[in-house]
Design a protein around this ligand. Sequence first.
Ligand code: GLU
Length: 430
Amino acid sequence: MATRTEVAIPRGDELPGHGSTFGAMLEEFNVAARLLKLDPGVWKILTNPKRQIVVSCPVQMDNGEIEVFTGFRVQYNITLGPAKGGIRYHPDVNLDEITALAAWMTWKCAVAHIPFGGGKGGIICDPGKMSKRELEALTRRYIAEIVDAIGPEKDVPAPDVNTNEQIMAWVMDTYSMHVGHTTTSVVTGKPVELGGSMGRREATGRGVMIATREAARHVGIDVTSARVAVQGFGNVGSVSAELLARQGARIVAVTDWKGGVYNDSGIDIAKLLAHVQQHRTVDGFSGGDPLSHDRLFSLDVDVLIPAALENQITMANASVIKARIIIEGANGPTTPDAHRHLHDRGVFIVPDILANSSGVTTSYFEWVQDRYGYFWSEKEVNERLELKMCEAFDDVLQTALKYTVDMRTAAYVVAINRVATVTKMRGMYA
Ligand code: GLU
């Protein structure tokens, strides 16, 4: 007779959504939950989103026509505190993806040891083709549609793919107009002038740099001479590259949505940033040779940093990867089978929920400062961040060594333990 656990808990690969991004999250979760012999009831709670909101956002476009955009906000779990997570604008956004991203935020906040649950939002749109006025109208309408569900104690959005400080300012203003007073702590990643934190914009990249440094130390690679390839040159990829180059690392390759650049003696990141400011892409940069997306992964580098979107490292390209360390700047860049393959080959992978957690950690600092009404210097923010990130890295590394598992499973073990403990302490309502 099978035990209750075996009967009650579907494996990730048995779920209807298998093959989906949420299915991938479940596969990762279940490995750690099995290891922990997680209570079946808590298992069920933690594998279901608490709340999924879908809204239609009509916007009058510049040509006078009305477009209706679909927006999502998922509050995956609020056991440790208010839901926390970014809002992304992208044509491929869908509910499955946003739910997976909201779940990852839950585990990320728990690994980072900050008092937040996990959430995520998104709008199906192509911001590159929209005017500033259209983006503002869309942002305000989306926030108006979800205004009752968000708030400093409920759910605190932040930037993500294709959203920025200006969009967060509109989020803050729209919410404040609805409640009748300025409420800075409803959203993080705001401009510093209106309650943003020093260091927030660079925080995710700074954390990726710290994770790379710590991973290199563990693996026995000298980060000051490491060869690094970066996929994605948005906020995360560009700051990671800049800060690693400052440590002495050689950034030999960068790709983005349009193209890529390779320079064996190291790309001049300051010049590349100037090129991107003008052209919105690394494509066409004269300080190196053109590089295709496919070639990036097969380069002879020490460190590979996927800092773009989900599902980039798959079984179709994992076997060509030569890097000894992968630092997941993006959320969900590696599929579970590709992760197993790479781990078996001895690649040291620092998972997303640890590697890119400094963004949300600094969002937590921003929320604290807003609620306190007292702001820290950049030095203070960065010192606190360094401490938090090193603690999180060490918690996960020690767990990996204790259970003899990969860093991803270890990060889930840390996260699930924290959320499950509080779930049980709080008990069941009604
Ligand atoms: N969007 C970022 C992430 O995926 C930051 C979220 C936040 O600061 O709330 O971690």
